[in-house]
Write a protein that binds this ligand. Structure first.
Ligand SMILES: [Zn+2]
Length: 173
């Protein structure tokens, strides 16, 4: 028995990852009767009970390690660009850095220019590496799974997706 094939690359055997899907509860009724196992839940998050939700079910996605590693690397890159480089103080530091590198190059001091350029790149690579390492693998796999099946579920009317951990904040009743 070999594992089922990864849905992303369609070549390598993968592992099953599952996430929960649902939507905001309609004001009346309990959703489409007789289709999905629907129940109501209340979210207990940072703010008190933020609403009622219909939980549609569990969606399984097959993903291989290679695809997850590549997707994780891309996500780390996006996080670094969004959360790190765009922080005003950090962005300013990068600007200063670019000016310093440019100034050394302008003066023809290539040794200093290379040192500053290299230093900045090494620091950026370190930030990227740390970001990559702290991305929690399980939640990350589920986010990747959501990316792959989101469109299909949205067409069916489900527009909220929860990882296992997020789902734990939903209390069925
Ligand atoms: Zn794959």
């Amino acid at each position: 028995m070999s594992n089922p094939t990864c849905e992303q690359c369609e070549s390598t055997p993968g592992t099953t990852y599952a996430f929960h899907y649902g939507r905001r509860a309609a004001r009346t009724g309990t959703g489409q009767a007789g289709t999905e196992p629907v129940f109501r839940a209340t979210v207990h998050g940072r703010s008190p009970a933020t609403g009622e939700y219909e939980v549609g079910g569990l969606e399984a996605v097959i993903l291989c390690d290679g695809c997850l590693t590549r997707a994780r690397a891309r996500r780390a890159g996006r996080l670094v660009l969004r959360e790190w480089v765009r922080t005003p103080l950090i962005a300013f530091a990068y600007l200063v850095w670019a000016v310093v590198v440019g100034a050394w190059a302008w003066q023809g001091n290539w040794t200093q220019a290379a040192i500053w350029l290299g230093g900045g790149l090494v620091l950026s690579a370190a930030v990227y590496a740390v970001t990559y390492l702290i991305l929690e693998s399980e939640d990350f796999a589920q986010h990747t799974a959501v990316d792959l099946h989101e469109e299909k579920l949205r067409e069916q009317g489900w527009d909220l997706f929860w990882t296992e951990k997020e789902f734990g904040h939903l209390t069925p009743h």
